[in-house]
Ligand binder design. Sequence first.
Ligand code: C2E
Ligand code: MG
Ligand code: MG
Ligand code: MG
Length: 277
Amino acid sequence: SAKESGKARFERFDQSMQQRARQRLKLESNVLQALQRDEFTLHYQPIFDLNAPNQPPVAVEVLLRWSHDGESVSPAAFIPVLEESGEIVSVGYWVLEQACRQAQRWQQEGAGPLRCSVNLSGRQLQEADFVQRLREFLQVTGYAPDSLVLEITESLLIDHDPRVLASLRELADMGVRIALDDFGTGYCSLGYLNRFPLHIIKLDRSFLHETHENPRQFTICRAIIALSRSLGLAVVAEGIEHLSQVDLMLQEGCTLGQGFKLGFPMCADDLRGLLFP
Ligand code: C2E
Ligand code: MG
Ligand code: MG
Ligand code: MG
């Protein structure tokens, strides 16, 4: 009967929900131990001057990688778990210290000025001693504050946390650059671009993705670039997958970009190959 088959369907649904919940629990307990178990590594995606995409990159974005039981888990799956538990704070400090140390090493090897861009979660900036800890990493590694870029997201700004704003101001005063990541996908009003100490806008890859098929979307993209530039903000285009997008961005005055067409995220050794061709 319909009632019976409905019940069976419900049980199947229930089972798959349970399975998903179990998988998530397993993921959670495992990722919370990943730092002690040394399972995290960093990858680096090159960021290029689009006028010279065949020259060594001018910056790198640091991307966290977790490999567990021989499998690599996507940051989209495990970062939220780290954030909910608060463990992102310790992991984030680890990322920052490693990143500063690596970037400083490349500079010492003769790479010239190399900006290093690190993603931050909101939780990290709510820590009372975040700025102090970061100062210590910079001192210990010797990496210059004005070479470091911290990427934050729009959601962090719309929360209006006074602690976060104070930390951003202090960071900017030290010379650290602040980038607004995935810009255009959140709920940030344009007025925020003035209200916060920001230096760089990272144009979300969805805008580039649609440049071919959707001229209206490109109009928005063009307006964001123009607005950012007139506010004195640098613009980095994310998600360049076709060479034609390089030309489009250059036409609009966006001279920095990253994407699979220009360079995948890669381990430190591979990135060294790009820096010292
Ligand atoms: P994100 O900061 O926007 O980083 C860029 C993401 O886009 C990376 O994904 C990168 O691999 C991907 N990407 C780069 N070029 C292209 C392209 O041409 N096409 C496409 N389709 N994708 C491209 P990934 O490494 O999976 O990281 C996902 C997100 O996880 C990051 O997005 C960032 O929000 C977060 N994340 C990564 N590492 C960290 C970290 O150390 N701390 C924190 N808090 N978040 C991190
Ligand atoms: Mg980012
Ligand atoms: Mg991004
Ligand atoms: Mg993005």
